[in-house]
Structures are given as structure tokens and as C-alpha cells.
Design a protein around this ligand. Structure first.
Ligand code: PAF
Length: 293
């Protein structure tokens, strides 16, 4: 495995691979790699011949009161994980490698950011889209893989790539979960043992919603209310940041549940902000949205 921090070297290597007829698959990350990232790397290996992983804790996607400073950065462990996972190139740029000192151009999306995490994390998706655009322009991949756990992020990136006519195909890999249902996240390590138990409530609420849907319930307001009641049994009402039913295409609120409805929630457990989601009728939506099995 090669490890590089120079954007020009990465771009040159990637271009060369493509000239040799190899499909370049890219997994952008902020490090603190876990089994969820490994699943993204596995998907990249299935969809590409040469796999690039980037590790860059992107300052522009953190709000002033967020955890940029204390975000975990176990670089040597991450390097070993990538090597063992069969990554071909690990790209570890510095802040200066990604952002010019007088960087002044940002990617702003004006529609799919209206709900879910958008209003709660002002500027977050501007930072995400900007860094992903930069990273795609450096890695020049045929495909890039993102996790469904960050469903809004993944849809926004698909929309950016479509609207800006970028040449990368965006695939979305399923969420990897602990045995008890908790979605894997680098932020889970902030949870105390007691919080870790309560954190299961997110996936429990989603399973409840899925069983309502399977039983024929189509009333989004009622189903979200049931999810909320489930959450409020273990966290204060004020800790439930949002529970929303939106259509996966435009992330706009729906009143009737259907295949392609994204049910998403954000709950703060202690000081840790956790998100999770399901897409109803996911297998039927796979082809349209690059959802991987
Ligand atoms: O999902 C993440 O880890 C980050 O938001 C991403 C896509 C690597 C951009 O910094």
C-alpha cells in the first residue's frame, strides 16, 4: 500500500491507473476507521480495480461548538487497517494540501439541506460538499462509496455530482450495525457504558417503524410519533433533535409512507449526537440510487 499526502501525486497515479484501464474506486473518510469503513473498502474492491482511501478530518464541516479538536485521529492504527483491508493507496493530506491558504470557493446546496441535519448543523453540508468536491478532483475516481448511515450526506453528494456534472458514480453502502442494532460510528467511542445501552434506542425506533410499515401503517405522522415515544422513554424529549419521514429523492417531508421513504432520526445521548435511518422498500430503490446490498 502506498501512502501519499501530495494531491498532485495522487491525481497523477489515479490518471495513470485509468489510462491502464483500471477502475479507480474511492472511499473518503475522516479516519478513526471501524468495521463500517471496512465495509466501504470491501465495496470499493468489488466496484474497482484500484482502491484509494483518504483520511482527512475536514475542519470546514465542524461547527464552532462541535468536536473538531477532540475528533479521534488514530493515524497509525488507521494505516494498518487500510493495509490489512487491501487498500492500494492511502491519501493523508494536510489542511494545506486540501485548502489553499486563501480558499474562497464553496459548494452550497439549496434544497436537500432544508431538513434533517441541515438546520441543526449550519454550514456542515457546505463543508462536506466542498471537501468531497476537492477530494474527487484529486482522486479522480470512477466510483466513490459512502455509507447509508449518513444518508443525507450521501444523497447530497449524489445531487452535487449530478448537478455539477462530475464524472464519478456515487454508491451507497448499507449501514453496519453492532449485534444490538447500534449503527457503527466513530463517535460511538464518546459514549459511556450506560449511554451505550441507551444509544440502542435509535435502531429500536427504526425497527418499530419498519414493523409498522410492514403491518400496513402508512401514516407518517403517527409512525414518527411512535418512534418519538420510544426514544423519549430513554432520553429527555429535548434530546430528540429530529425524527423525520422524507422522500429519498428530494429529502422533502412526506405524510404517507411508501417505498423510498427515508425515516431518519437524530438523538443526543449524553453529549453525543447520534444519527440513524432506514429506507423503506430499500431493495426496490437500489438501482435508482446506487444502493449496494
Ligand atoms: O462521512 C465522512 O466521514 C465525511 O463527512 C466525509 C465524507 C469524509 C467528508 O469529510
Amino acid at each position: 500500500m502506498q501512502v501519499l499526502s501530495s494531491p498532485t501525486e495522487v491525481a497523477a497515479l489515479s490518471l495513470n491507473m485509468r489510462r491502464l484501464g483500471k477502475r479507480v474506486a474511492f472511499v473518503p473518510t475522516m479516519g478513526a476507521l471501524h468495521a463500517g469503513h471496512l465495509a466501504l473498502i470491501e465495496a470499493a474492491k468489488r466496484h474497482g480495480d484500484w482502491v484509494v482511501v483518504s483520511i482527512f478530518v475536514n475542519p470546514t464541516q465542524f461547527g464552532p461548538a462541535e468536536d473538531f479538536g477532540r475528533y479521534p485521529r488514530p493515524l497509525e492504527a488507521d494505516r494498518q487497517t487500510c493495509e490489512a483491508g487491501g487498500v492500494d493507496l492511502l491519501f493523508t493530506p494536510s489542511r494545506e494540501d486540501v485548502y489553499a491558504p486563501d480558499h474562497s470557493v464553496y459548494v452550497v446546496e439549496g434544497n436537500l439541506t432544508r431538513g434533517l441535519c441541515g438546520p441543526h448543523r449550519p454550514g456542515h453540508f457546505r463543508g462536506v460538499l466542498t471537501v468531497v468536491a476537492i477530494l474527487l478532483n484529486i482522486a479522480l475516481p470512477d466510483v466513490a462509496i459512502f455509507g447509508q448511515k449518513d444518508a443525507q450526506q450521501a444523497r447530497l453528494i449524489q445531487r452535487m455530482v449530478r448537478d455539477l456534472r462530475m464524472a464519478t458514480r456515487i454508491l451507497i453502502a448499507p449501514t453496519v450495525r453492532e449485534q444490538d442494532g447500534l449503527a457503527l460510528s466513530s463517535r460511538n467511542q464518546y459514549l459511556t457504558e450506560e449511554e451505550r445501552c441507551r444509544a440502542c434506542v435509535l435502531s429500536e425506533a427504526l425497527r418499530l417503524a419498519e414493523s409498522c410499515y410492514a403491518a400496513g401503517d402508512r401514516d407518517a405522522v403517527q409512525v414518527c410519533a411512535r418512534m418519538r415515544a420510544r426514544c423519549e422513554a430513554v432520553v429527555p424529549a429535548s434530546a430528540v433533535e429530529y425524527i423525520e419521514a422524507v422522500d429519498f429523492e428530494g429529502l422533502a417531508p412526506v405524510t404517507t409512507l411508501a417505498d423510498g421513504t427515508l425515516l431518519a432520526l437524530c438523538v443526543r445521548v449524553g453529549k453525543t449526537r447520534l444519527i440513524d435511518n432506514v429506507i423503506l422498500g430499500r431493495p426496490h430503490m437500489a438501482a435508482a440510487y446506487g444502493l449496494l446490498a
